[in-house]
Design a protein around this ligand. Sequence first.
Ligand code: ZN
Length: 143
Amino acid sequence: MTAQEILESRYGSPQAGNFESKWMTLWEVKKEFTWFPKKTIYIHKDFCELLKGAFKDLERLNLHTEIKFFDGCFNIRLVRGSKTVYSIHSWGCAMDLNAAENPLASEGVWSREFINVMVNHGIFCGQNWIGRKDPMHFALVNG
Ligand SMILES: [Zn+2]
């Protein structure tokens, strides 16, 4: 199954009428993590829980300082370069961080320690992809 098929089977289509009321939440991220560059994030509840755990560990290890810019989460759109495949952002299950220094198809500049914390919390990192990397991209599923 593709990452999109996994999300579709778990949560249904993000364009379904009840998707947002059922799965999305407004996370007041700055209340818990004062260092985060955005006050609130509209995000999938399950992805939010993973990130909360990861952010606590990043903070404990003083790796949270690598996060400088929030560059988007929920956005119903196609994968860049595709005409048919919806982005994981369409389900609110992906977050882009530090996009300017981690452009699509670049190697990415996150430290190995930072990426390891994310991965240990079950978060997939575009910097780890083989082929076209998307190092700004962190997601609930591998896509
Ligand atoms: Zn992304």
